[in-house]
Design a protein around this ligand. Sequence first.
Ligand code: GDP
Ligand code: IMO
Ligand code: MG
Length: 428
Amino acid sequence: MMPSIVIVGAQWGDEGKGKIIDYLAQEADVVIRAQGGNNAGHTVMVEDKKYSFHLLPSGVLFEDKLNIIGNGVVFDPEGFLQEIEVLKKEGINTSNIKIDERVHVIFPYHKRIDQLEEEARGEAQIGTTKKGIGPCYMDKIQRSGIRLGEMIDEEDFKDRLYKQVDDKNKIIEKIYEAEGFEKEAMYETYLKYAREIKKYVTDTTILAHEALKAKKKVLFEGAQGTLLDIDLGTYPYVTSSHPTAGGFPIGAGIGPNQIEQVLGIVKAYTTRVGSGTFPTELDNEVGDKIRIKGNEFGTTTGRPRRCGWFDGVMVRYTTRINGLTAMSLMLLDVLSGFDTLKICTGYELEGEMVAHFPANIKTLGKCKPIYEELPGWEEDITNMKTYEELPENAKKYIERIESYVGVPIKMISVGPKRNQTIIRERLF
Ligand code: GDP
Ligand code: IMO
Ligand code: MG
């Protein structure tokens, strides 16, 4: 077997993937992003220093590990260079970063169209990050997008970009009656970016293949979360990529049989940022308490996250469609100090019990969560290092989630730092 692990968000994103990637990267050789773009915000805390990665893989703090931005990513050159700048200021070497030449490039018109589309949706807006993710993936699927390999090709780039700007200006000006872009200026800026970025660009599928063949330890870093998947999520309140386990073989250019384990990153409760149905949402003081204790504000947009109880029906679904082999339970410390905790173990729909997470959000919107109550605990658990030390009621909470979902919880996170991680069973 190959020591390769897919790390997938098992809820609506922000489960703590960045922390776990950084933790596991201590022992890994390669970290690969395969989808999404800088809509992601992955937090890594080393001692008291906090890093937010949007496009960069969360293994970049280890200079001896290879960090790959795989072909399935949509790539914002401006955002990338800003992140590189932050690392350089910290004295961190960035020569360990490689970007696949197939990534589609996000241009300013993608961001503007993202914003204009959201405004046009009015009440039905998705609450996107406005990073141009959807419009860039639209161009990719429509087969008109510009790939990074083309952007660094100085012979062709100008014509490709001019054609795109002309087409997009028509949409921006005629449909949205907004101001279009001046192509010469955009070309100059992006040519400059291309020259700076060129040294990072290669065919990363070869690097991934070589690492797997040599039995190196490879981590595939999911962005967003399962319920934001374009096919399997709560459509249309989703992102435009495949954050599910199935997205990795395509987004990194490997075979599905080269993935050994699928680790679901699961918050001990549920959050969501952006619009859309959320059955266990707590629009009350309990939700406020979770938001404040968990510091639940978006890493990318700063928006307050919507908070609610742990939804077992949903995590059973994400377990099924990802083929989870293990879970890492995150932010358990945030639940200290509640008298009782609730776990949703079923939905009621018009008087009937629903066995499976509904495919359709209209149906989901009518589902009422059925809760199981568990006793809480008072103790501060942020300094606990072993499973045995945890309060009895915390163990009961963990074990109930485990038995309900049917997948072992091998890691438990009790704080944002590397050393606030309890390992019940090693993955590598
Ligand atoms: P990601 O997008 O999945 O990487 O998650 P984010 O970084 O957007 O959000 C997770 C937040 O929770 C970050 O601020 C982390 O520093 C923080 N965090 C991660 N694990 C824990 C934990 O176990 N306890 C607490 N209190 N915070 C955590
Ligand atoms: P990480 O990797 C949480 C949400 C947005 C919006 C929807 C579509 O940090 O877990 P988009 O800009 O992608 O078109 O927005 O998806 N969203 C996320 N929510 N965590 C993320 O990433 C997200 N990336 C996108 O809020 O509802
Ligand atoms: Mg995040």
